[in-house]
Design a protein around this ligand. Structure first.
Ligand code: AMX
Length: 442
């Protein structure tokens, strides 16, 4: 067994006892109530999932395994001269809850490097897509096509103990994670730089630096990649992409089916696609201004025009967060250091000054503050990744780390098939008439 898997197995054995005890001793304890508005309103806030990989506090933002993002970025080992840590170290942290040493990260790097081989049929699947296809559709299909490589499926067919599900899921997850940047880079080069062709991975480079190399970007884009993959990795389990991955995997579909489904959920404009929408919306403002920076009044008018036409302000608001997203702040600090004079960054910064007050005045959004997507496209644009259709693919690579770590743990702890109960509107009407307490939200 390799070292990471060994450590993970140790953690799993410790944790199984806790889950078993909770179920056995407290299985009937009530944890939450459900109101009518939660039932009709997308299940907001209902405590109905368990994960130890990350926790999202509405005011503080995300913590991975108990660490805030600034702590994660500070504590995880880095390459010499790098500002951002190895993404491989994040995988170790998410899986085990421990900050790895440089040596432990080196071993994970070798493990990833040895799994970078992509079967030829994946390239053929990508090549068969029309060039106008959205890169998220191509990415999802390419991941899906790898399904025949699943170790979990082979072992399941042969007959495998439930206690061992996590093991082959770990193998599948690690294989897929190692391959995702190569697939993404191939899609990028094919769609946007066909004249340059495909670049083979450089075995000397880590996850983030190799991705930068494969899409032809110089330093500090290696750090941009690392930062991007790390900050997008997980946002606890209820968001659409994480929940979709977990749900599909709960039927014992393998990680290829689950990750492809996760990518499809991320591709919606209210979720991961918002990063591309922010850029599209900002370009609209820039076009109106003929390239000059708008005055505060002009900016306010653009925001109000968007709201009055019934659209949302992309990159603002959140289903859980109630303050500025720390993922926004991490990227803002990177921008302030590396690209303070960037024109789009100035737009984003100017928006930060006007949008929250306007959203408050409009009085609909529960959270008027920016989320991760308000800032991330701007960083990519600055370093020449101007094809904003591609931004959500980058988000998906990062998110796969969290989703796959969760699926490995789901299997380790024997989480069953997910199956909430639904009722009809008529039943609901009858229930609220006969049981007024059911609608009391206090
Ligand atoms: N602009 C305008 N209106 C907004 C808004 C925004 N940025 N954010 C929320 N609202 C509106 C909602 O559309 C809703 O209107 P309705 O009552 O007419 O349906 C009302 O405010 C209440 O919504 P909420 O409870 O505050 O938010 P939510 O949990 O329903 O939705 C989110 C959360 C993110 C979908 C929403 O804030 C939004 O659409 N934001 C813009 C898109 C975006 O940036 N998405 C990315 C989120 C982060 C991510 O997943 N990557």
């Amino acid at each position: 067994m390799n070292k990471l898997k060994d450590r993970l197995y140790h953690k799993i054995q410790e944790h199984r006892v806790r889950t078993t005890k909770l179920l056995k001793d407290h299985g009937d304890k009530v944890i939450d109530q459900v109101t009518v508005s939660q039932l009709i309103g997308g299940m907001r806030g209902i405590k109905s999932l368990v994960t130890d990989i990350s926790y999202l506090d509405p005011y503080e933002g995300i913590r991975y395994r108990g660490y805030t993002l600034p702590e994660v970025l500070k504590k995880l080992p880095k390459a010499e001269g790098a500002e951002m840590p190895f993404v491989e170290g994040l995988y170790y942290l998410l899986l085990t809850g421990e900050i790895p040493s440089l040596e432990e990260v080196s071993r994970v790097r070798v493990m990833f490097r040895n799994r970078r081989v992509i079967p030829r049929y994946v390239w053929q699947v990508i090549d068969s897509f029309p060039s106008e296809s959205h890169p998220m559709a191509i990415f999802s299909a390419a991941v899906m096509s790898l399904q025949r490589e699943s170790h979990f499926n082979i072992k399941y067919k042969r007959g495998m103990s439930k206690m061992d599900y996590w093991d082959s899921t770990f193998e599948d997850a690690t294989n897929l994670l190692a391959k995702m940047p190569l697939i993404a880079a191939y899609i990028y080069n094919k769609l946007y730089h066909p004249e340059k062709g495909h670049r083979y991975p450089d075995p000397s480079l880590d996850f983030g630096a190799n991705f930068a190399y494969m899409i032809g970007k110089d330093k500090p884009y290696d750090d941009v990649s690392r930062m991007y993959f790390i900050i997008h990795a997980d946002h606890e389990s209820g968001n659409v992409s994480a929940h979709t991955g977990h749900l599909v995997a709960s039927s014992l579909s393998d990680v290829y089916y689950s990750t492809s489904a996760m990518i499809n959920g991320l591709a919606g404009p209210l979720h991961g696609l918002a990063n591309q929408e922010v850029l599209r919306w900002l370009q609209g403002l820039r076009d109106q201004m003929n390239g000059r920076l708008p005055s505060e009044e002009e900016m306010k008018k653009y925001v109000w025009d968007t709201l009055n036409s019934g659209q949302v302000i992309p990159g603002y608001g959140h289903a859980v967060l109630r303050k500025t997203d720390p993922r926004y702040t991490v990227q803002r600090e990177f921008c302030l250091k590396h690209m303070p004079d960037d024109e789009l960054f100035k737009y984003v910064d100017a928006l930060y000054k006007v949008v929250p007050d306007i959203l408050r005045e409009q009085g609909k959004a529960k959270n008027p503050w920016p989320n991760v997507d308000a800032q991330s496209g701007v960083v990519q644009w600055h370093y020449g990744v101007t094809q904003f259709d591609f931004y959500t693919v980058l988000f998906a690579i990062g998110r796969a780390f969290g989703v796959l770590s969760n699926i490995i743990w789901d299997r380790a702890l024997g989480y069953p098939l997910e199956r909430p109960k639904s009722i009809t509107t008529e039943m609901l009407e009858k229930m609220v008439q006969s049981e007024p307490s059911l609608v009391n939200t206090n």
